[in-house]
Design a binder for this molecule. Structure first.
Ligand SMILES: [Zn+2]
Length: 264
């Protein structure tokens, strides 16, 4: 088991009496941790179901496409809590990758389609919550490329960077951000060596470009259990670890997630 410092720096902020959330100024793409004093409850956030645990804790994402303004959290009883969403600047970037990752050769199109269907099925999984408390970084190395950057690949393909990159020489140990079930541990065209963990209630963590696996699909893992080793496989400019976190189809900014303060 790897040992690692869990950073818990961001305070919880009161919206209306009874509901608190963190970070203080949620933004498009940020995670959002809600807390209710009353314990278990259900709610709706961005048209998606949200379940508060016995401790009254629920985690969601503010979608990257959400416009700054006010988004309501609606409790199952109909009570609405307005949550302010602040503007957030994201950068743009230009990357150069091998041409087969921008214009895939016809021979791999079927593979890409097949893998897209596998990912769609995996991300439709809804299971019970497996995590409690803060999320841990998957490696101890510095961040190199932030979440949300609008990228152009080879002057052609445009996409948004839906994760956080960590500097990682090939072979760096990669660990689970939290407890979960291994839904994917296999090679994919764009992702390279790819692990997806299911943390329950539509929350998934993704680890890409790995050079080796320490887990198998179907296994359950504990927080910080080794998942494999970093690499340079798939659509990359060089060796690194791509770490993504998705909640019910919405990707969230991992650096803020790793700094959230969770009630004990
Ligand atoms: Zn990345």
């Amino acid at each position: 088991m790897l040992r690692r410092t869990l950073l818990s720096a961001l305070p919880l902020v009161a919206a209306k009496p009874g509901l608190v959330f963190s970070p203080a100024a949620p933004f498009p793409g940020s995670p959002i941790l809600f807390q209710l004093p009353a314990g278990p409850a259900s709610a709706t956030w961005l048209d998606r179901p949200l379940t508060f645990s016995a401790e009254g804790v629920a985690l969601a994402a503010v979608g990257l496409e959400v416009k700054p303004g006010t988004v309501p959290l609606t409790l199952s009883g109909g009570e609405r809590h307005p949550v302010p969403v602040a503007p957030h600047p994201y950068r743009t970037g230009v990357l150069k990758v091998p041409p087969q990752f921008v214009s895939p050769p016809p021979a791999v199109l079927e593979r890409i389609q097949r893998e897209a269907a596998v990912k769609k099925a995996v991300f439709a999984t809804r299971s019970v919550r497996r995590w409690k408390g803060p999320f841990a970084p998957p490696t101890d190395t510095p961040h190199t490329s932030p979440f949300g950057t609008r990228r152009t690949y080879n002057g052609k393909t445009r996409s948004i960077h839906q994760g956080l990159d960590f500097r990682a020489a090939v072979g760096t140990p990669v660990a689970a951000t939290h407890a979960g079930e291994v839904l994917l541990a296999r090679e994919m065209y764009y992702e390279g060596g790819f692990v997806v963990l299911d943390h329950g209630e539509g929350l998934f963590s993704l680890y890409m470009h790995l050079s080796g696996f320490a887990v198998k699909e179907g296994e359950t893992v504990e927080q910080l259990q080794p998942l494999g080793r970093s690499g340079a496989s798939g659509r990359v400019t060089g060796p690194h670890l791509h770490f993504g976190v998705q909640w019910q189809g919405l990707y969230m900014e991992p650096a803020t997630l790793l700094r959230l303060r969770f009630p004990s």
